[in-house]
Ligand binder design. Structure first.
Ligand SMILES: Cc1ncc(COP(=O)(O)O)c(C=O)c1O
Length: 453
């Protein structure tokens, strides 16, 4: 068993609060079926390594790394200590025209593990902010080099790039258009790569669909390359149900971007920091984007943080004009927040100490075998996996899309396993410290629940 993972070694499971003293009314919850939740709340009070505990002291296996972010597991000692020490030493430092040493130290360490060529780091506080930052960088880059007409942004259907206006515009989620209407203008979308007819039950990247990258040529023909600033994709789409890139797809997308002078942005908010068994998806697929967004695993989810990696050639284009002038007028009050930098430095140390950025590759065969064992169970129409990400797609209940998976999510929680669902897809992304016994527990719980669903 991985050191530090013995639940018995965790603090005693005494409930911190048996019942909730506050009313549930005031908190307007994010991405939540609020009325259902408030009728039957699911609360978490404590976490250690692979587990959560409810306020009543019930242990729950975390099969989703919190929300794809707690890659090193919960409450890891070095990270906890680093955050506490930083809070005492210096709580905040203004990031505009000022800085603190850890911001530089972290950037240097991030660049050292990043795909070769991504030599600059810009800090944000979330994935959504990283995405909007990258989109602005792409547009401003073209302007700075005299191609100001390159303003068009290309995303992909079923892409998820967070919740800010840039991100939902390049994102390809129909519900966002339904709820929020107007998006940022000048955006078009590639077709998504999900093809159940040809690729169902693929193990790892699917065989069919590299030609879907040629959809970019269709868009270029329609709008003209001279109007397009950037293409943004998740190398593996996570939040819309773990949609994998067909073999050769990302390479082809890279080649078409190069041909037309279009920047390629990889949104690695989920795939970054070891999720696929390599430090980044770009490393995994050996395709280097021009800009790369990250968040979540950068700080193990412990303090909010995101970042954009950029090629030096992009950064350098901005470095002109009078030296007292700001070159890129963008940033957040909490960019490079000292607590986030301290947490991220300790996170990187923990990843390095335990080989976590590549551990997913070692665990992937057992994980793949386990998720695919669910194939014959009721309602299962596809299973897919890569590294330590897996998805089980279910047939929807006619007229009630999403209900089957949501009911399974609730039942698994009752049975002590936290999973994640999106539509009728169950997604699994355990912390990278996961052991086979945890995988077995998660899969057998899902199997038992599926049998009764
Ligand atoms: C690919 C991708 N981009 C952006 C985001 C948004 O990140 P955040 O929720 O930190 O704003 C997410 C969140 O899941 C994501 O998966």
């Amino acid at each position: 068993m991985h050191k530090d993972l013995n639940p018995a070694a965790a603090p005693a499971a005494t409930p911190s609060k048996g019942t909730l003293s506050a009313s549930l009314d005031a908190y307007w919850m994010p991405f939540t079926a609020s009325r259902q939740f408030k009728n039957a709340p699911r609360l978490l009070a404590r976490a250690k390594d692979m587990h959560y505990w409810t306020p009543e002291g019930r242990q729950v296996l975390d099969a989703v790394a919190g929300l794809w972010c707690v890659n090193a597991g919960h409450a890891r000692p070095k990270i906890v200590a680093a955050i506490a020490a930083q809070a005492a030493e210096m709580d905040f430092a203004p990031p505009f025209n000022m800085a603190h040493p850890k911001a530089f130290e972290l950037a240097e360490k991030l660049v050292a593990i990043a795909p070769k060529g991504l030599d600059k780091v810009f800090y944000t506080n979330s994935g959504s902010e990283a995405v909007d930052t990258a989109l602005k960088m792409a547009i401003a880059y073209h302007r700075a080099r005299g191609e100001g007409q390159r303003t068009r942004l290309i995303g992909r259907e079923r892409g998820y790039h967070g919740v800010n206006f840039g991100g939902i515009s390049v994102g390809g989620i129909a519900g966002n258009r339904k709820s929020f209407g107007t998006m940022v203008g000048g955006v078009d979308h590639l077709r998504n790569t999900h093809d159940l007819a040809r690729n169902a039950f693929s193990r790892g990247v699917p065989e069919h669909g590299a030609e879907l990258a040629d959809d970019l040529e269709r868009i270029v023909a329609l709008h003209d390359a001279s109007t397009i600033a950037a293409v943004i994709v998740e190398p593996v789409a996570g939040s819309t149900g773990v949609l994998l890139p067909p073999k050769g797809y990302l390479e082809r997308l890279r080649a078409i971007c190069d041909k037309h002078g279009i920047l390629l942005i990889f949104d690695e908010v989920i795939t970054g920091f070891g999720r696929l068994g390599s430090p980044f998806a770009a490393t995994h697929f050996n395709v280097t984007p021009d800009l790369m967004t990250v968040a979540k695993g950068i700080s193990n989810g412990c303090v909010p943080m995101g970042a954009v990696f950029a090629k030096a050639a992009i950064h350098d284009v901005f470095m002109t004009g009078p030296e007292h002038m700001i070159e890129f007028p963008h940033g957040y009050t909490y960019s490079a927040h000292p607590l986030a930098c301290a947490a991220a430095l300790a996170t990187l140390e923990t990843y390095a100490d335990e080989g976590l950025l590549t551990r997913g590759a070692k665990m992937a065969p057992a994980f793949e075998h386990a998720v695919h064992s669910l194939r014959e169970l009721p309602h299962v129409i596809d299973i897919r996996n890569i590294g330590l990400v897996g998805a089980i797609e279910l047939e929807s209940i006619p007229g009630s899309p999403g209900k089957r998976a949501f009911d399974i999510f609730r039942e698994c929680f009752e049975r002590g396993v936290l999973i994640r669902t999106t539509g009728d897809i169950i997604a699994l992304s355990p912390p990278l410290i996961v052991e086979e016994s945890h995988i077995d527990q998660a899969i057998s719980t899902i199997a038992d629940v599926l049998k009764t669903a």
